[in-house]
Design a protein around this ligand. Structure first.
Ligand SMILES: Cc1cc2nc3c(=O)[nH]c(=O)nc-3n(C[C@H](O)[C@H](O)[C@H](O)COP(=O)(O)OP(=O)(O)OC[C@H]3O[C@@H](n4cnc5c(N)ncnc54)[C@H](O)[C@@H]3O)c2cc1C
Length: 419
């Protein structure tokens, strides 16, 4: 059988467990953060939920079996992520950010680095936060700009057996840790030589959160993802062992790009979850509310057509996400074209779908009578973050199409790209 979208018994179990966890535990996140004015305080309030998510096995899912984890495939993570995101976007985003922080070690780290950094996230996973310190205060899109004067401006200087890192980052999800003193582990994107282009100097260095010189200087407040923390982190002469460099200088471009391909695929699942929540709200409203007419509004053709349009788009996003994750997994992560497309397509669809659900429900959707306005605030983030669709993601696709020998059917047919 060549194509089969039915879930295996294990995947059905995973989906049911994630759905039940989301309904019983994550449904309490909204009430727990409501009315808290400061972004960091909202994030700190999610700590017990993160701990429960770790206890339910979602942190171990990120880590290979030989280091104590369960090494969930990207497809399986997507199946679970849709269920989680359909109820709450905040705590699953902290999990994704821990995954983002660990990905460079998981995929590019050597055995010694994996042994040194990963087991802590199993033994103490309920409490541990990793962070990917990529975005600079001056921007993220042009991190790999070949002009040595441009691009990443966080630098690591070699001194004996150490790297000494200085630079300013923001949007470092999880970066403040649970107490404002820093995450437990950072993967810091930096350059090892200001005179050399990123192709020769871009690097990812692991920085334990306890290292002196890490300063949380403030917090950005965001319009949605209200309990996902976006701190500003300054690295002031932060000294770590030379052995914390992942790969070699210049490998940073491949590490960043591969790391963000994994998140791109999974964000498709988060978008599907948010769209599902919007559909459920609009659907229940349409079936039950007459708006002082004589029949529930689902009886009106425009409402039925709009529900059909919303549902079709959700189904399309889900299967594109599954295909993208499957292609990513089955090509040992070399095939990322569909992951990037999933991120662009699903994120822009999510904004439109939530807005259409609001148009269906009407003016009350603009108030706190319904969750739709809050869902729109969450959805607006999807096209903008994880490499904005304009500054990063479409450019990645554009670059792919310009690659000599690009095969337009490779992804559809599951073949790894010839690169
Ligand atoms: C909730 C949230 C969580 C996040 N988590 C993290 C995290 O954990 N770690 C992290 O490092 N970052 C994080 N970010 C930041 C995020 O990943 C950004 O998407 C990324 O840094 C790039 O931002 P950008 O695409 O807007 O690029 P910017 O560099 O800010 O560019 C802005 C705009 O300029 C234009 N532009 C710039 N350069 C070009 C170009 N060469 N060609 C064409 N157009 C261009 C585009 O229109 C682009 O949209 C997070 C952001 C949010 C909101």
């Amino acid at each position: 059988m060549a194509i089969d979208f039915s879930l295996s018994p294990e995947q059905q179990q995973l989906q049911a467990a994630a759905r039940s966890f989301a309904r019983t535990v994550l449904s309490q996140v909204g009430p727990a953060i409501a009315g808290i004015p400061k972004p960091e305080e909202r994030f700190y309030a999610t700590r017990p939920f993160y701990a429960q998510m770790a206890k339910a096995g979602f942190v171990a899912a990120l880590i290979p079996k030989e280091y104590g984890g369960t090494a969930m495939s990207t497809v399986d993570l997507a199946i679970a992520s849709e269920e989680l995101a359909a109820v709450d976007i905040n705590v699953p985003s902290a999990l994704l950010a821990t995954g983002l922080g660990l990905e460079p070690i998981l995929r590019f780290g050597n055995a010694e680095q994996k042994r040194r950094f990963l087991p802590d996230f199993i033994t103490n996973g309920a409490d541990r936060l990793a962070a990917f310190a990529f975005t600079e205060v001056s921007g993220g899109s042009n991190y790999d700009c070949p002009d040595p004067a441009a691009g990443v401006q966080t630098f690591a200087r070699r001194e004996g057996d150490s790297w000494v890192i200085s630079g300013q980052k923001h949007y470092t999800t999880n970066g403040c840790g649970w107490d404002g003193n820093g995450a437990h582990l950072f993967s810091v994107v930096c350059r090892t030589d200001p005179a050399r282009p990123p192709q020769e100097s871009l690097a990812v260095i692991v920085v334990p959160g306890s290292t002196p010189g890490i300063e949380v200087t403030g917090f950005l407040d965001t319009v949605g993802h209200r309990a996902v923390v976006s701190p500003r982190i300054h690295f002031n002469e932060v000294r770590v062992p030379a052995a914390n460099l992942i790969g070699k200088p210049g490998d940073g471009i491949a590490i960043c790009s591969r790391t963000f391909s994994w998140t791109a695929a999974l964000i498709g699942a988060a978008c599907t979850g948010v769209m599902r929540a919007a559909f459920d709200c609009a659907f229940n409203f349409a079936r039950s509310d007459k708006r002082s007419g004589s029949v529930p509004i689902i009886e009106h053709q425009n409402v039925g057509y709009m529900l059909a349009d919303i549902k079709m788009r959700i189904e399309a996003a889900r299967y594109l996400t599954w295909k993208a994750c499957h292609y990513f997994d089955s090509t040992d992560r070399a095939g990322d074209e569909l992951a990037i497309m999933t991120k662009v397509y699903s994120s822009e669809l999510a904004v439109q779908v939530v807005y259409d659900a609001m148009r269906l429900v009407g003016v009350d959707s603009y108030t706190d009578l319904h969750p739709l306005a809050a869902l729109l605030q969450d959805a607006l983030c999807f096209p903008l973050y994880d490499g904005g669709n304009m500054g990063v993601r479409r450019r990645q696709l554009h670059k792919l199409f310009r690659t000599p020998g690009y095969d337009p059917m490779a992804a559809a047919e599951g073949r790894a790209p010839a690169r």
